[in-house]
Write a protein that binds this ligand. Structure first.
Ligand SMILES: Cc1cc2nc3c(=O)[nH]c(=O)nc-3n(C[C@H](O)[C@H](O)[C@H](O)COP(=O)(O)O)c2cc1C
Length: 212
């Protein structure tokens, strides 16, 4: 299959430093709101890359659930492959790719578990089916069939038919604390705009333009 002629045309007009907020989290919020307004499917889906001690990178989608000056939070299974990699090497890179808008945002930083209290708060806000789902799946382990998964779901559903689904201690949130955030916007003739925010030792952000 020859893919050499597949090539998008980027048309967005140029972007400059004065167009950007000095605070990358505010800039992220503006672009995130644009992605919602433009009805991007699952606008909060981000690709999360982690690398364990074997140095082999691994990437997968997760859903961003909150963000603020402290960082970017998603939820997952604390026994998954990504959790093991994070334990071995608490650094992550994540990517929001809103290609129909000719935009991407890359976030890099350290990563750590959020507090159990915050994970619990979010767990309680989830629909019961998702709460049960968290119990069913030993995420990233090998399973022999889908029917086993469905059986387990039914079993757990029956078990917790009355009352609340207990909070699994192997499930919760991670926060990426960014040190670098890059905003990319496509431009004509591959003259894309790239702006890199970097956090200095004092915690202030500097912005530089990168070659596309
Ligand atoms: C759009 C989308 C959103 C996802 N969101 C999450 C999520 O928020 N948390 C999660 O653990 N897995 C999520 N997944 C599944 C992950 O991509 C992945 O399969 C799973 O977390 C296991 O990854 P690991 O084996 O690398 O740990 C999502 C998948 C897709 C396609």
């Amino acid at each position: 299959m020859d893919l050499s002629e597949i090539r998008g045309k980027y048309t967005t007009k140029g972007l400059d430093i004065p167009d950007l907020d000095k605070d990358p989290v505010k800039q992220f919020e503006t672009w995130f709101q644009d992605a919602i307004n433009e009805q991007m499917p699952e606008p909060n889906a981000m690709m999360l890359a982690t690398v364990g001690k074997d140095m082999m990178p691994s990437v997968r989608a997760v859903l961003l659930k909150t963000f603020d000056e402290k960082g970017f939070v998603f939820f997952t299974n604390y026994k998954s492959k990504k959790a093991r990699q994070i334990e071995e090497n608490p650094k992550a890179s994540s990517l929001f790719s809103w290609i129909p808008m000719e935009r991407q945002i890359k976030i890099e930083g350290s990563i750590e578990k959020i507090s159990t209290a915050d994970s619990l708060k979010y767990f309680l806000s989830r629909p019961k089916g998702s709460q049960i789902g968290a119990w069913v799946s030993h995420q990233s382990s090998i399973i022999t069939s889908r029917s086993l998964l469905e059986q387990k779901f039914d079993e757990i559903k029956r078990k917790f038919v009355k009352g609340e689904v207990p909070f699994p201690d192997f499930w919760g949130g991670y926060i990426i604390k960014p040190v670098r955030i890059e905003f990319w916007q496509g431009g004509q003739d591959r003259l894309h705009d790239r702006f890199l925010y970097e956090k200095d030792e004092q915690g202030s952000w500097t912005i530089t333009r990168l070659a596309p």
